[in-house]
Design a protein around this ligand. Sequence first.
Ligand code: ADP
Ligand code: MG
Length: 277
Amino acid sequence: MSHDFDATRLSLLLNDLRLPAVKQIWPAFAERADKEGWPAARLIMALAEHEIAERDRRRIERHLKEARLLPGKTLETFDFDAVPMISKAQVSALCAGDGWLRNGANLIMVGTPGGGKSHLSSAIGLSLLDKGWKVLFTRTSDLVQRLQVARRELALEAAINRLNRFDLLILDDFAYVTKDQAETSVLFELISARYECRSLLLTANQPFGDWNKVFPDPAMTLAAVDRLVHHSTIFEMNVESYRRRTAMQRKQQGPGRPARYATPNNVGMPATPENES
Ligand code: ADP
Ligand code: MG
């Protein structure tokens, strides 16, 4: 390919303009344009579109790193037959994001351990992230610890504000935090700060009635639950542990058979002591 101009200088200019994708692709596009006789406007358009597409890809890659989602937990690997009370259509609608994340509404998943709450919440997070929303997945106890450290350093407000850049904060195992292991009023401050402006997705093994273990006093529990459920979708996922069920299925089918279970005939069974989280 011959160019009657200074290609090195063009590279430097594209660096200055912060157009790394154009810098990388232009020789190939230019060669093709020359060969196929593209009008100049088409070449410019192709280069601009390429830069934008690469920018989007890099942004999503960056967001994915930040989001700390659970690896391998996607909607494709989630078996909706195992939670018949949840409609795939409703989950797909939530995955668009616009209807609830713009208003700071919440999604709350409550149910027995092993029922797929962490999996589904991370999968929804991934789907939202693909659409350009910013998401953070965290165990609630880890976040509480971080916020407590911030409070000791008199930087709680700043820490909560930093979380504002996330359109959705997924607090996994919400009711697992207990007031004796942590001073959880930081959670209350987080909930209040996000109320009606930034969304939360909570997962919890315990129903709302047991959340008084989470907050320092009943008044705070009431106020927190009130804010959380005010604009919220609630998924009750009281199903038998998926792990337990697939293990039982494997046992029934014998070794060497596919692990996939057949018909869910014990959905809705009450939790058993063997159900571990
Ligand atoms: P929970 O958070 O409700 O305790 P998890 O999401 O951790 O449950 O699920 C336990 C395990 O079972 C995980 O490995 C998860 O991927 C798997 N699992 C649970 N429900 C489903 C499902 N409906 N389809 C596919 N895998 C599931
Ligand atoms: Mg879980």
